[in-house]
Design a protein around this ligand. Structure first.
Ligand SMILES: [Cu+2]
Length: 139
């Protein structure tokens, strides 16, 4: 007879967590077309930051690729997302702290970020509600 009470409590607890918490912290956008020059030429003089993984995202006619690509990176390693899109969207990196980038309807947009804590981090497109990649972050 007491099982009924227990079930009610568990049901209430399960109903709380839904979707991604959308903290409106606008992380400093140090991205866009200006930061592209260094990686292209290997003969550059400034050599310090090790290049991390790169993700190519394409958004066209309401569809995005890839879907949940597997990336791996180390803590603090720069991760680059290269986007070509025909629509505005929002790129959300579910790390702590999170990163949010505004995607324009334009080709060749580059966003770079780092993740400070180990774990699995989802990279989402908010308008299309799609996870384009999950980053496995190791120490
Ligand atoms: Cu999100």
């Amino acid at each position: 007879m007491r099982y009924g009470v227990l079930t009610a409590i568990l049901t209430a607890a399960a109903a709380t967590v839904v979707g991604c918490s959308h903290t409106a912290t606008t992380s400093t956008t140090t991205s866009s077309a200006t930061a592209t020059s260094t990686t292209a030429s290997a003969a550059g003089t400034t050599s310090s930051a090790p290049t991390g993984p790169m993700l190519m995202v394409t958004i066209a006619a309401g569809k995005a690729t890839p879907t949940n690509a597997a990336l791996s990176a180390h803590v603090g390693q720069p991760i680059t997302v290269h986007v070509t899109s025909d629509a505005a969207d929002e790129l959300h990196v579910h790390s702590t702290p999170d990163h949010e980038f505004a995607i324009a309807a334009a080709p060749n947009q580059t966003f770079t970020f780092t993740i400070n804590e180990p774990g699995k981090v989802a990279v989402e497109l908010h308008h299309l509600d799609q996870t384009v990649a999950t980053v496995d972050v190791t120490p």
